[in-house]
Design a protein around this ligand. Structure first.
Ligand code: RP5
Length: 170
């Protein structure tokens, strides 16, 4: 049901989980209730033609799946993981503790605390376990940051992702 919902929501938004090409970005989230926010990252990757996958992986509800996802991601060709979660948002940090890949955390506003709980859970990582945290509900920036990271080794992709200020001189 979740996979069908994912496909239908992403299709509605002009994006979809890509399966034909091997994905290089993994978008994961703690619950399907995070999808309305996290689909923005998928839309950005779709705009730039970046192959990606979208999965529901919870640090609390499906910890074994989270371990297996994080430990296998690199061998499957994933280069960057975007992880969104709300409330006690341990998913990005836990995944970062298990993989050498860069992890971008998206704090999802999910509870009575207006997203501050998610933000602080994700941003306050201990030294040695880095998570690049974007603003609350800003999965768009997570997608753009992933495109910039990939652009370091891909001049074409980098050229397509000019800063909004237009001041970049190459
Ligand atoms: C977190 O709990 C999820 O990332 C979600 O943001 C929040 C609420 O999940 P649901 O109760 O809506 O499934 O783990």
């Amino acid at each position: 049901i979740v996979e069908a919902q994912l496909k239908s929501m992403l299709k509605d938004e002009g994006s979809e989980t890509q399966t034909a090409v091997s994905p290089c970005v993994g978008i994961i989230m703690g619950s399907d209730s995070d999808l309305p926010i996290m689909k923005d990252a998928a839309m950005i990757l779709n705009m730039f033609g970046v192959p990606h996958e979208v999965r529901i992986v919870s640090a609390h509800r499906t910890p074994e799946m989270m371990f297996s996802y994080a430990l296998s991601a690199r061998d499957r060709g994933i280069q960057i993981i975007i992880a969104g979660a709300g409330g006690a948002a341990h998913l990005p940090g836990m995944v970062a503790s298990l993989t050498p890949l860069p992890v971008i955390g998206v704090p999802v506003r999910a509870s009575a605390l207006d997203g501050m709980d998610s933000l602080l859970s994700i941003v306050q990582m201990p030294r040695g376990v880095p998570v690049a945290t974007v603003a609350i509900n800003n999965a768009t920036n997570a997608g753009l940051l992933a495109v910039r990271m990939l652009g370091v080794g891909d001049a074409d992709l980098c050229g397509k992702n000019e800063p909004v200020s237009g001041r970049h001189k190459g």
